[in-house]
Design a protein around this ligand. Structure first.
Ligand code: GLY
Length: 353
């Protein structure tokens, strides 16, 4: 295949630019989401080989850090909740180890003495999502694809029951047998599709900070998470601190309250955070769906494919998303874990005009 990627901004310049890049199937496992857990685990299992493939094709590192994750509780309520989380993970057969506060601090000495309980999740890692996006764009082009930045799609062109291409905002028509809509939280707004062929995607705001340690790397090795924040080391003395989860439409304002709450929670768990420099404060939009699970594979028209709705797991799901989309275009079945996430499950959902 010789794909053309059309992005109205910089490739990876919107949601991916803000993403913390956690590969966290176990940390983010939730009650009642068994199928999503299986998909997330399958994606995590593909990551090492996929990162190597991207790096080999791009000639640059893809940004994967196999660092593990610590979940921590800073008070009794959080500790009780963490015990329940541990029991749930063990019921699901997932790897997570209960740590006394002293054991947690042995692994991450920057943790506050106030931490009451820890869970070590050794298989949940992180990737520098910005570095990954740049590597993917380079890899795509070195393998014969094309990437057109700052190029907006005005509409999909539909002929009867089939998509036949896209019209760009400048008027140019690109004809093709297969169109993959991977427009994140904007996927529900692509013009040209009949209402019955659309999918329900909404923006879910997340505010984050990017912090830098002038002393370099070393404050944290692992991702550290509590009920109310996560702190992701990027490996170069930089950290992503996130994130709020807000239903506020396409609003991307950064608020003083969110910055305050994230910093306060982070500092209670890792006091050294207050020594870090603030490099960026930013808000991004996650693509949410009615079940907050992704929409992957062939759509309701011939040649229409979806790769959207990844909500909190877009970076994690990248390898399995690619495999699912390629299978759909070739007319092959998706990876088995992706089958429950076909767009057809929303066929009867009315998408607002
Ligand atoms: N997966 C992290 C977030 O959505 O904030």
């Amino acid at each position: 295949m010789r794909p053309l990627v059309v992005d109205r901004g910089a490739p990876g310049g919107a949601t991916t630019h803000v993403a913390a890049g956690m590969l966290a199937p176990v940390s983010e496992a939730a009650f009642g989401e068994r199928a999503l857990l299986e998909l997330n685990l399958a994606a995590a299992g593909r990551w090492r080989a996929w990162a190597d493939e991207v790096a080999a094709a791009a000639g640059v590192d893809a940004g994967l850090r196999e660092c593990g994750t610590l979940l921590v509780a800073r008070d009794r309520d959080q500790a009780e909740a963490l015990e329940r989380e541990l029991a749930f993970r063990h019921e699901c057969g997932l790897r997570a180890e209960r740590l006394l506060p002293s054991q947690a601090r042995d692994r991450e000495p920057a943790l506050s003495p106030a931490v009451r309980l820890g869970l070590d999740v050794p298989g949940d890692h992180a990737v520098d999502a910005r570095r990954l996006a740049a590597a993917l764009a380079t890899a795509a082009q070195r393998l014969g694809g094309r990437v057109r930045a700052d190029t907006e799609v005005a509409e999909l062109l539909v002929d009867g029951d089939c998509v036949r291409g896209v019209r760009l905002a400048a008027g140019e028509v690109v004809e093709t047998d297969a169109v993959v809509v991977a427009a994140g939280p904007w996927s529900g707004m692509v013009a040209g599709l009949p209402p019955a062929a659309q999918v329900p995607v909404r923006p879910v705001k997340g505010q984050t900070l990017r912090l830098r340690d002038p002393a370099g790397a070393g404050l944290l090795e692992r991702v550290v998470r509590s009920e109310e924040m996560y702190l992701v080391p990027l490996g170069n003395g930089r950290y992503v601190l996130g994130a709020t989860v807000e239903e506020r439409g396409f609003d991307t304002a950064v608020t003083a309250g969110a910055v305050h709450d994230l910093l306060r929670e982070a500092a209670e768990i890792v006091p050294g955070v207050l020594e870090l420099e603030v490099e960026e404060v930013l808000a991004g939009l996650r693509p949410g769906t009615p079940d907050n699970a992704p929409i992957l594979g062939p759509g309701a028209l011939g040649g229409l494919h979806w790769a959207t709705g990844h909500y909190r797991h877009g970076v994690l799901l990248a390898p399995v998303t690619g495999a699912t989309v390629v299978a759909g275009i070739l007319g092959e079945p998706p990876p088995p874990e992706a089958a429950p996430f076909a767009p057809a499950r929303f066929a009867s959902v009315e998408v607002p005009a």
